[in-house]
Design a protein around this ligand. Structure first.
Ligand code: SF4
Ligand code: SF4
Length: 482
């Protein structure tokens, strides 16, 4: 039997079934232990230090106790602490990105995804480089600066060389004042050698959803194809880091298996990365199973309510305070609004989840990976964020300044990131307002920029940010960053 060891490189040892079951039992026994719960909530709170601000986070066992707790006053307190952490380390900015689907050819048999190989009704499509260029122009015309590219796994149709070509094409498109400044990559688990190639191509984060940490369930949900290999899939982040990729993004597809099991597994994965590589995940995504061609989410009997989903997001924020948290347009405007209060730091906007979707007049449905709940334009999302007091940010500065992996984390942990994020958010928002916003969004946006500039604590940073914003508005200059 595999023994739990966060430093092990074997999937079944760092994501250990027995340890998860014991964790869930411990959480059940303590879910009404008021003293312990109060201690954990206190432990999770940010502390002011001479150099900034610090948080200790929570272990998977501790966070699982909070997730199991159903006492309304304690749950309310979890939400308050989650928001406190979010404001301490990320401020009131929200980073915006868009997915770009390159190809839906896939040799895997994932039961919850319409791209699975046995689906003969879905049209298969793979973008040519010219089509990639056109999609990128359409994305730049909306105002996007940060993409997550997505592709099925197919060594014949989508080999690594194809992905690398697409990345080169994307970075090479400079349309009007547009630029894609950071390409994150969400493709199948691959070899150290291929991860090195992705690193050399200048990717930002490598993202791979575990889907489920429950091995038995995983094997049933992935009956065929290379993804059936649970260990190879689960150990992918270690290979990515061995290949030189500093920033990796974890995620679980909530609804496939029991959420408390997934939650403990997710945090154990984060602890494993920290233990072995000295740096935890850069981001955690929280997708839920959604309807799509031939996929009925109701057949997965582990679906979770919006309340539970919110609690999961808050508990992740408490456990891993320095990790960015992402919610996509799978979720409705109402759910996204709730999650923003409990620690989400990145959202996608105006997403099309089909191959070639951005160059179509109407949102196409025939090659969609999932139904998009939030169908607003980017301009509407930007305005909505501002109306709720958030600064929409198109910032990509850290990765371009070499602040990745532990360099990013140590900056973040010292609380110093706030001295960069806030002015960077305002400068990139100004670019958006100048180049892409509707008159009303522009009006609200400039009011926000003027207000928020005054909140930059350091005088020198404030003066430089003000000068740069003037240069963006009056001299058509772009791409300033701290
Ligand atoms: S989830 Fe990914 S690997 Fe699985 S069928 Fe869909 S595209 Fe293929
Ligand atoms: S400064 Fe770094 S952490 Fe802050 S928003 Fe920009 S890229 Fe993200």
């Amino acid at each position: 039997m595999a023994v739990y060891d966060p430093k092990s490189l074997r999937a079944t040892e760092f994501i250990n079934d027995e340890e998860i079951l014991e964790t869930l039992d411990y959480a059940d026994r303590n879910k009404e232990n008021v003293r312990l719960i109060d201690e954990l909530l206190e432990k999770a709170r940010p502390r002011r230090t001479a150099g900034g601000c610090q948080c200790s986070g929570l272990t998977h066992r501790e966070a699982s106790v909070l997730l199991a707790c159903e006492m309304p006053d304690k749950v309310a307190r979890m939400y308050e602490v989650a928001e406190e952490i979010k404001l301490a380390f990320y401020g009131n900015r929200i980073v915006i990105f868009a997915p770009l689907y390159l190809s839906n050819y896939c040799v895997n048999g994932c039961l919850y995804c319409p791209y699975h190989t046995a689906n003969k009704t879905i049209p298969r499509k793979k973008l040519t480089q010219e089509e990639v260029r056109r999609e990128v122009v359409a994305l730049q015309d909306m105002g996007h600066k940060r993409l997550a590219i997505e592709s099925g796994e197919d060594p014949v149709n989508n080999p690594i060389e194809y992905i690398l070509d697409c990345i080169r094409t994307i970075y090479g498109v400079h349309h009007k004042n547009g630029d894609i400044r950071r390409v994150n990559v969400n493709i199948a688990a691959t070899t150290v050698e291929n991860f090195s190639k992705l690193k050399d191509a200048g990717i930002g984060t490598y993202i791979l959803f575990q889907e489920t940490y429950h091995k038995k369930g995983y094997l049933e949900l992935h009956p065929t194809g290379p993804k059936h290999d649970y260990d190879y899939h689960t150990e992918a982040m270690d290979r990515a880091m061995d290949g030189g990729i500093d920033d990796v993004g974890l995620g679980v597809l909530f609804g496939l298996d029991k959420y408390r099991y997934e939650f403990a597994g997710l945090l154990m994965h984060a602890e494993h990365l920290e233990a072995v590589h000295g740096v935890g995940p850069h981001t955690i995504s929280v997708p839920r199973v959604k309807r799509a061609d031939g996929i009925d989410p109701d057949v997965f009997d582990n679906s979770i309510s919006d309340d539970t989903f919110t609690k999961i997001a808050a508990c992740i924020r408490l456990a891993v305070p320095y990790t960015g948290m992402i919610v996509s347009t799978r979720e409705s405007e109402a759910v996204r609004a709730r999650l923003l209060q409990v620690g989400i730091s990145q959202v996608s906007g105006a997403s099309r989840t089909s191959v070639g979707g951005y160059t179509e007049e109407e949102r196409p449905h025939d090659t969609e990976q999932f139904d998009v709940s939030d169908q607003r334009t980017l301009d509407e999302v930007v305005r909505w964020l501002m109306d709720s007091g958030h600064i929409p940010s198109f910032c990509t500065a850290c990765y371009r300044a070499g602040r990745t992996g532990d360099r990013f984390m140590s900056l973040c942990k010292s609380g110093q990131i706030l001295n960069c994020c806030h002015p960077n958010a305002l400068m990139t928002l100004t670019e958006y307002l100048e180049d892409y916003a509707s008159p009303e969004t522009k009006r609200i946006g400039y009011e926000m920029v003027a207000r928020e500039l005054n909140r930059i604590p350091r005088e020198r940073v404030r003066a430089t940010a003000r000068e740069n914003i003037e240069a963006i508005r009056n001299s058509n200059r772009r791409d300033f960053r701290f």
